[in-house]
Design a binder for this molecule. Sequence first.
Ligand code: PBG
Length: 335
Amino acid sequence: MTTPDRTPPVVGRVRPRRLRATPALRRLTAQTRIHPAGLVLPLFVKEGLSEPAPIGSMPGVVQHSRDSLRRAVAEAARAGLGGVMLFGVPQHRDATGTQATDPHGVLNQAVADAVAEVGDALVVQADLCLDEFTDHGHCGVLTPEGAVDNDATLERYADMALALAGAGAHLVGLSGMMDGQTGVVRDALDAAGHDDVAILAYAAKYASAFYGPFREAVDSQLDGDRRTYQMDPANRREAATEVAIDIAEGADVVMVKPAGSYLDVLADVAAASSVPVAAYQVSGEYAMIEAAAAHGWIDRRRAVMESVLSIRRAGADHVLTYWAVELAGWLQEES
Ligand code: PBG
C-alpha cells in the first residue's frame, strides 16, 4: 500500500534521482514487490477433452483436460504460487446448473483432482457461480419472466458450496454478485461442518467489457449482459457498501475485479478493509497486453510486470493473473 506523506518536502536538499542511480539502490528502495506466493493462477477445465484446447482470444491459455489440469496444478505448486482458482466447463447445461452441484460434475471433480495432486501446498480455490453451468449463461436461476432470481439463486449457491467443500476446496470464490450470498454460503458451510473452508467474496465486481475473452474460455451461453447484478463501472463509492456487507457476512478475503481499470476502487477497498484484499487481472486485461505484444507494439515482459506491480501498488495483497507461473519464473530469475 502507498504510504501517506508523513513529513513536509525538504525542498532543495532531497534529490530523488539519488536513489534511482543503480539497480541495487532501486532494488533496496522499491516500495512495492511481487512475490510468487501472492499470485493465484486461474485455470479452466473442460469436460470430455482428451487434450488441452487453446483459447483463441487468450494466447497461451488453454481449456484443460482432466489430466492436463493436474499437471498445471503441479506446475503452479513448483512455481511457488499462492494458489489456483478453478473454473469448470461442463458438457451439459440446464436452467438451474445441475452440473455445478453434482459431485461428479467437472468442477467438483477438478477440485478433488487438484487436492489429490498438491494437497495443501497450494490454496485450491474454485469459482462459485452458476454461469458456466446454466443453459442461459446467467450467474443465477431465472424467474418465469427471465429475471435473475436473487433468493432462489442463493439456495443453489449454498448447495454448490457444499459440493465444492465436499470435493476438498480450501476456498470458494463467490463471483455471482447476488445480494446476501456470502452470509448464505457461510451458514451452509458451517452447518455442514465445513467451517475451515474460506470465502473469497468478489465484493466489488463490475459489469465489465474486459471479461470478453473469458466468455470464450468457458464456452459461455450468455446472450445479453450482467448489469442487473454486477456493479456499474461508474460507481466508486458503492464498492464500500459491497465490501462492508461481505465482511459483515463473513468474507475472509474481498476482491476487486477487474483490476487495471479499477485501481481507484482497489485503493479505496485496501484502505478500508480489515481482511485481505485480492484483485483479479481479468481475461481482457491479459488479451490486450498479449495482442499489443504480438504486434511488437509493447515490451511484453515489462508491460506484464508493470501491470501486476501497479495492482499491488494500488493495494492488492494478492493478485489473480493468467501470467502467474511465467511471472513467478521471471521473479526467480531476478532474485
Ligand atoms: C463468473 C466469472 C466471470 C469471470 C470470473 N468469474 C465472468 C463474468 O462475470 O462475466 C471473468 C474472469 C475473466 O474475465 O478473466 N463465473
